[in-house]
Design a protein around this ligand. Structure first.
Ligand code: ZN
Length: 241
């Protein structure tokens, strides 16, 4: 692992939910940018575990990685309860997770990521930041249309025009699978970062943190746990490449 001698002077805001992907993106941003802040959104998630995990992850990241700790700035929690007011889904109410007739899972919250980026951009404008970093991924099973590369490229243009200020959206995980996400974390921060990801990030749809597996905590059965576990196994099988 190495920190560039001259980091990119721009300030970045990472959309940091407390999951594995956004936590990896936080490390990625700290490796590149001279100042990094984090933001999360509270919209009445079924499980608030991710929101708790994120503060533990930030704290341990600061104590284990001195260079990153110096660059890591404020954390922001923005209330987007209006998403709940607009209608529920499996992420904000206790319903079984299933695929809809149109091929999208019922965990799809319409407009969620669009709102996230607009809110993060408004925050970035106030904080003097010009880069937004998110862990969205096209290779994920969910296929959320507002996580796709073209959606976010179009949004970057709309936001930059609407604020009359350049705002770059970076999505380092857009075209990588879960095994490559573990590999990226290892490349950025070695075994120490992987251990922090296992211990402090949360993925399970059911909010289960009772069992610790090699890949982290979770029920082991839901789609999110399955994806994370298979990615971790493939990464280990590859010799951590
Ligand atoms: Zn699970």
């Amino acid at each position: 692992m190495s920190t560039p001698a001259t980091p990119d002077g721009r300030r970045a805001i990472v959309l940091f939910s407390g999951g594995q992907d956004s936590a990896t993106c936080l490390a990625w941003a700290l490796q590149r940018f001279s100042a990094v802040e984090t933001v999360a959104f509270d919209y009445g998630q079924r499980h608030r575990i991710e929101l708790d995990c994120r503060l533990h992850f930030r704290r341990d990241l600061q104590s284990h990685f001195a260079d990153w700790g110096e660059r890591l700035g404020d954390d922001h929690l923005i209330d987007l309860g209006l998403l709940r007011a607009l209608g529920d889904s499996a992420l904000t109410s206790e319903r079984a997770i299933r695929m809809r007739a149109d091929g999208l899972p019922n965990t799809f919250v319409p407009g969620r990521n669009l709102l996230f980026f607009v809110a993060a951009a408004a925050l970035a404008y106030r904080r003097g930041a010009s880069v937004l970093v998110g862990g969205m991924c096209e290779t994920d099973y969910s296929g959320y249309p507002d996580c796709r590369d073209n959606t976010l490229k179009a949004l970057q243009v709309a936001i930059s025009l609407g604020l009359a200020a350049p705002m770059t959206i970076e999505t380092p995980l857009m075209f990588v699978d879960k095994a490559a996400t573990w590999a990226l974390a290892h490349e950025l921060g070695g075994d120490a970062l992987v251990e922090l990801l296992v211990e402090h990030t949360h993925t399970c749809y059911l909010g289960d943190r009772g069992q610790r597996h090699a890949w982290g905590y979770g029920c082991g059965d839901c789609p999110a746990c399955g994806l994370r576990a298979r990615g971790h196994a493939r990464w280990l099988a590859s010799g951590k490449d």
